[in-house]
Design a protein around this ligand. Structure first.
Ligand code: AMP
Ligand code: ZN
Length: 492
């Protein structure tokens, strides 16, 4: 399996540090506002990477932080007359909610900067003791970039060149403009914690590095984020790790391309953004995922609502195919010998699964993975057109399961049991027999099964039979299983 490693500028065979296990970390958001869909793209890309590694059989431990103390949060709090903690709490919850709506799996570990101050102070102290950091009169602590000969290796930057371009800040006692803050002395009205260097708060680059070391152990296998984090954030993170613990922070560094609108990076500061929330209020998560996964994660992604509308159609095509396959399977009488058409569909399923893996093994080529799924959809649609009443139940179910499972690796959730499996007449039956008042066939089915159960318990055999017969008249049978009764289509 090949993964592009930013550090070495090439795709490399992925070999985890501990066989069968992957420890990965992706820098999380600064929680001062709703995230935009550019941020969403990065988090979604790593969700798929994690899902695929799990699909390949790796035991993945995934950590992602919440940056809940930062200038942006403090500024927002001051504007709104609230505390920084209140702002951070509101937008931490908002972030997690939108991630759930997008179908992004929760990290195994979600550390929050404000709760990990000890780990950060411990790392800063090691850096000071080893001569890589220094305390100035104000109480700030800085990392001495020049003390690390490897500085610049990750992002391919030369320290002397950087020096020429560096902005010389006013009111700082940094020894070198390239040095960055590990600890910022407290200012009035800002949250702060006690430390050996005086009250203050951690710097952003310090946070991820210390939390990775604390929760996952360094080095980790994969560290990710958007391309805009390569420098200075990740360069600074790995510099701290080398200097504190004599090894790099991560073996493989992965970075996502920027989501753009009309050729420009989507960002809060440019004002050209759509929040993930507003997009998910209008579009299904599956469509957002399809749009984003049609482009390779390292390439820039050009967002437009026209493309998103197109993705809605693509999602429907997937869902309709699954629905038709299941419907055909329910209604088919054919369960015996396979014919040529069945065998062709069987081969298409195997090819799709193999192609999907080949594409995804090549640095998570999700566009290729989607194409493999759609090749199967095309084959399945052709099969359904040709097979008619002769559909093989087993093959139709295998094809629909394969589509659902491969889509799931990309985090695209399809309904396995689709609504149209159940006839709408169930609603009338439930109204007549069980006093149901809604109009969903699924609910009606549950209400009817429940009513039949209760009638039987009460030895009201007439009612129980009437319900069963009414269901049978709709071409369904009641099947009593260990997990309770359920409906299925009659095969003959
Ligand atoms: P931030 O909260 O600004 O640190 O951003 C959270 C994550 O979103 C980081 O990994 C950024 O690299 C990423 N990101 C920010 N803007 C974009 C964009 N336009 N497209 C893709 N990823 C982005
Ligand atoms: Zn980070």
């Amino acid at each position: 399996m090949l993964i592009y490693n930013t550090k070495n500028h090439r795709k490399e065979e992925f070999v985890p540090i501990e066989p069968g296990k992957v420890r990965m970390y992706v820098c999380g958001p600064t929680v001062y506002d709703q995230i935009h869909i550019g941020n969403g793209r990065t988090f979604l890309a790593f969700d798929v990477i994690r899902r695929y590694l799990t699909y390949k059989g790796y035991e993945v431990t995934f950590a992602q932080n919440l940056t809940d103390v930062d200038d942006k949060i403090i500024n927002r709090a001051n504007e709104q007359g609230r505390t920084a903690a209140e702002v951070a709490d509101e937008f931490s919850k908002a972030f997690i909610e939108q991630m759930h709506r997008l179908g992004v799996l929760d990290p195994d570990i979600r550390p929050r900067a404000t709760r990990e101050i000890d780990a950060m102070q411990e790392m800063i102290q090691i850096l000071i003791d080893k001569g890589h950091a220094y305390v100035v009169d104000s109480g700030d602590v800085y990392f001495a970039v020049r003390s690390d000969d490897r500085y610049g290796v990750l992002s391919g930057r030369d320290v002397d060149q950087l020096r020429v371009g560096a902005r010389v800040e006013e009111n700082t006692d940094k020894r070198d403009p390239l040095d960055f803050a590990l600890w910022k002395a407290a200012k009035p009205g800002e949250p702060s914690w006690p430390s050996p260097w005086g009250d203050g708060r951690p710097g952003w680059h310090t946070e991820c590095c210390a939390m990775i070391h604390h929760y996952l152990g360094t080095p980790i296998d994969i560290h990710g984020g958007g391309q805009d984090l390569v420098f200075p954030h990740h360069e600074n993170e790995t510099a701290q790790a080398w200097c504190a613990w004599d090894d790099e922070l991560a073996r493989t560094w992965m970075h996502t391309g920027m989501l753009r609108v009309e050729g420009e990076k989507m960002s809060k500061s440019l004002g050209n953004f759509y929040t993930l929330k507003e997009v998910l209020d209008k579009y299904p998560a599956g469509a957002v995922r399809i749009l984003m996964l049609q482009t390779h994660y390292r390439s820039p992604l050009d967002f437009s609502f026209e493309r998103l509308d197109g993705a809605v159609g693509t999602l429907e095509r997937l869902q309709t195919c699954v629905k038709n396959l299941r419907w055909a399977a329910h209604n088919s009488a054919q369960d015996g010998e396979l014919n040529d058409a069945d065998r062709a569909l069987g081969a298409a399923i195997d090819t799709a699964v193999a192609d999907f893996t080949t594409q995804m093994d090549d640095d998570f080529n999700t566009a290729g993975g989607l194409a493999a799924i759609f090749a199967l959809v095309t084959a399945a649609n052709t099969y359904l057109d040709q097979a008619g009443a002769d559909t093989s139940t087993a093959l139709a179910l295998r094809a629909s399961d394969a589509i659902v499972e491969l889509a799931d690796v990309l985090g695209i959730q399809l309904d396995r049991e689709s609504a149209s499996d159940l006839p709408a007449e169930l609603v009338d039956l439930a109204r007549a027999q069980a006093g149901y008042e809604g109009d969903s066939a699924e609910e009606a089915a549950e209400v009817l099964l429940q009513a039949r159960q209760e009638a039987r318990a009460a030895k009201n055999w007439a009612l129980a039979d009437a319900i069963r017969d009414g269901i049978a008249a709709l071409g369904l049978i009641v099947e009593d299983t260990a997990a309770g009764a359920r409906l299925r289509a009659k095969k003959d």
